[in-house]
Design a protein around this ligand. Structure first.
Ligand SMILES: [Fe+2]
Length: 389
């Protein structure tokens, strides 16, 4: 970015409450906003992990009235959003807590849209298509990856179309995010690995995108460094609170970076792969990230050299190109160390040529890849999918 010629915008709209044990402050945070009856939106995994019981105890002790919905599904659907919207209205709620990973937080955001804006949610796909701001969302993440706790994005699945749509709106920034790393300690190992790679994808895609600007670059770089240092120890032992704290921080910083820096071809492709073949978002990103990085290398060798160095690669005596290439090696090694499957075949998915074409076309049409630092045609996206076959 040329600071003499180019301009940029940046804002963060979510109040962040970070720290081990900060969940205890939930009642005082909610009271500050005068909510009368709050709906907790979460999934069965969280309900069974004890985290929901923990929060309910805190709310009861704090004299907070609440309702609970525990049937959020892994890929949040419009159908479930409509169900929660009904409950929200029946119980006269006035705010929503998204408790869980990206699915719970995005469902909460979907409910907020639905309550204040009548009609089919499909009409709000894209950027700033939502006319009215809905009830506040309070995000309490239990994974370190989504970034949804601070972003303006919700990804919701339309089951009829097998389509994951992105809704981006300034109305979707959560009012507050309670980031308590103690909530990460019961996260299953596989989920810790792929959600951490989702965070790394946000950091690298926003840092290298054609929308990057000085503030998002600074945030992206710091998130990459934190993830390079802490994702392995976190996945190895989720009760390591220092590692959990650093990963939770990294996830939120990377989320903040991509509000303005955007994500690119990795996310363009992972959405249709998730929508059509139920591949978990972080799993799809883990497979795609090194492939897309390799494709993008020549757009800015210096940036990829910086990524390599932050991920622990030795780059001092190398040419700029060789140093940049080390960033791809570093991400591949990370995926290997975390035990994440690397190809579609590894997760028993085989796509025909026609299916690959459809995924690539859908990725292209979503416009997400427009932020890719190197232009992508549908054929380029086809080649990327072929590389992870
Ligand atoms: Fe993501």
């Amino acid at each position: 970015m040329n600071l003499l010629k180019d301009s940029f915008e940046f804002g963060l709209h979510t109040q962040i409450h970070f720290g081990v044990g900060r969940l205890q402050e939930l009642p005082s945070i909610l009271k500050k906003y005068n909510y009368k009856n709050i709906l907790i939106c979460t999934d069965k995994g969280i309900a069974n992990s004890g985290a929901l019981d923990h929060i309910e105890t805190i709310l009861k002790n704090g004299d907070i009235k609440y309702e609970v919905f525990t049937e959020v599904e892994p890929d949040p659907t419009i159908r479930v959003v409509k169900k929660v919207e009904q409950l929200f209205k029946e119980k006269n709620c006035d705010a929503i807590i998204g408790l869980g990973g990206g699915s719970s937080i995005d469902t909460a955001k979907g409910v907020s849209i639905a309550v204040a804006n009548p009609g089919d949610l499909n009409q709000f796909e894209g950027k700033n298509q939502i006319p009215n701001r809905g009830p506040d969302v309070i995000a309490i993440p239990t994974t370190a990856g989504t970034g949804s706790e601070v972003t303006h994005a919700a990804v919701l699945k339309d089951e009829e179309r097998k389509y994951k749509m992105g809704i981006l709106s300034e109305h979707l920034h959560p009012k507050a995010a309670i980031l308590d790393p103690a909530l990460l300690t019961t996260l299953p190992r596989g989920l810790a690995a792929i959600t951490g790679m989702d965070a790394l994808s946000h950091a690298i895609e926003s840092y290298t995108s054609n929308q990057a600007q000085p503030i998002t670059e600074a945030l992206g770089l710091h998130a990459i460094e934190l993830i390079g240092k802490w994702l392995r120890p976190f996945v190895a032992d989720r009760t390591n609170l220092e590692a959990a704290s650093n990963m939770m921080l990294a996830s939120t910083i990377a989320g903040t970076a991509f509000i303005w820096g955007r994500v690119a071809a990795v996310h363009a492709l992972s959405h249709p792969l998730g929508g059509r073949y139920k591949i978990a978002h972080g799993q799809a990103n883990s497979m795609l990230l090194p492939v897309v990085m390799e494709y993008n290398l020549s757009s800015n060798f210096q940036k990829f050299k910086n990524i390599a160095a932050l991920l622990g690669e030795r780059v001092e005596d190398l040419s700029l190109r060789s140093a940049a290439e080390k960033s791809v090696d570093a991400v591949k090694e990370l995926v290997t160390d975390l035990g994440i499957p690397k190809t579609l075949k590894d997760i028993n998915i085989e796509l025909s040529l026609e299916e690959i074409q459809v995924v690539a076309q859908e990725a292209f049409d979503s416009g997400i890849a427009n932020a890719n630092p190197k232009n992508c045609t549908v054929q380029d996206l086809v080649s990327m999918i072929n590389t992870i076959k």
